[in-house]
Structure formats: C-alpha cells, structure tokens
Design a binder for this molecule. Structure first.
Ligand code: FES
Ligand code: FES
Length: 149
C-alpha cells in the first residue's frame, strides 16, 4: 500500500512492488493520458512530474513515489478549461498524432515554472528527452516560446 499526492489529491493504493509508476497510472488508476512508447527511458512519452521535476514514469518503481507529489497530464487542464500550454500547442499546430504531447506538455510546464523567460536553447534542452515523429519540433518550440511572460 502506498500513499502519495496525485494531481493535488492524496491517494492510497495497493500496488505490486515490481510495478512501474507508468503501469500504476495507466492500468490501476486508469490515467491513460500518460503514454507508453519505448518503455525503456528513451522516448519521453511517459513523462510526469515528480515533486515538480520531469521523470520517465516507465523507469520509476511505483513504491518510490510514497509520500511524494506526482502530476500527470490529467491534472494540467480539462476539456472545459485548457491549460495555457495546451491552448498554445493547439494554436501553433504543435499537436499532430498527439502521442508525444502529454509528456512534452509536462516537461514544458516544469520548464516555465522554474524559468518564465526561457530562450530557444533552454526550450530545446527542456524537450530534448522527447521524441516526436510528426511535427519536426518547430511548432512545439514556438508554442512554448509564446508563453514567455
Ligand atoms: S515510455 Fe518511458 S521513456 Fe519511452
Ligand atoms: S505529434 Fe505525433 S509524435 Fe509528436
């Protein structure tokens, strides 16, 4: 049994000790917004925030989040009320198939929270762990850049 904060709410859940955080989120908690691409830490599609830092949920054992704060794409915005990053990604055509999008949005959120004025290099660095097969990255960088304060 583990207890942790998930998208601002404390939850308690039973999980086998060998399960990853990704499996817990998707298979037990039905939070399927976090995607599984490679499963080995190479693609970034499973990125969530752990205590505000982007991590690959496929590489974190679920029991490791005991007492910690996890944020997933489901906590970012809703259909009725999009997060400004989600809106900017839509406005800039930064979403095509959308498979990489939840992970990139979480890394972008972490970037902007610690640096509200990132330059292009800092944006590229922040999304460097993410593979996108569709957009060519340009629109993604522009969408994040548009949110500089
Ligand atoms: S699924 Fe976790 S990095 Fe690819
Ligand atoms: S939009 Fe398809 S992988 Fe990025």
């Amino acid at each position: 049994m583990i207890t942790f904060m998930l998208n601002g709410k404390e939850i308690q859940v039973e999980v086998p000790p060998h399960w990853t955080l990704l499996r817990l989120l998707r298979e037990k908690l039905c939070l399927t917004g976090t995607k599984e691409g490679c499963g080995i830490g190479e693609c970034g599609s499973c990125t969530v925030l752990l205590d505000g830092m982007p991590v690959n949920a496929c590489l974190i054992l679920a029991p490791k989040v005991e007492g910690r704060r996890v944020e997933t794409i489901e906590g970012l915005g809703s259909r009725e009320s999009l997060h400004p990053l989600q809106k900017s990604f839509m406005d800039h055509g930064a979403i095509q198939c959308g498979f990489c999008t939840p992970g990139i949005l979480m890394s972008s959120k972490a970037l902007l929270e610690k640096n509200s004025q990132p330059n292009r290099e800092e944006i590229k660095e922040a999304i460097s762990g993410h593979l996108c097969r569709c957009t060519g990255y340009h629109q993604i960088i522009e969408a994040i850049e548009a949110l500089k304060e």
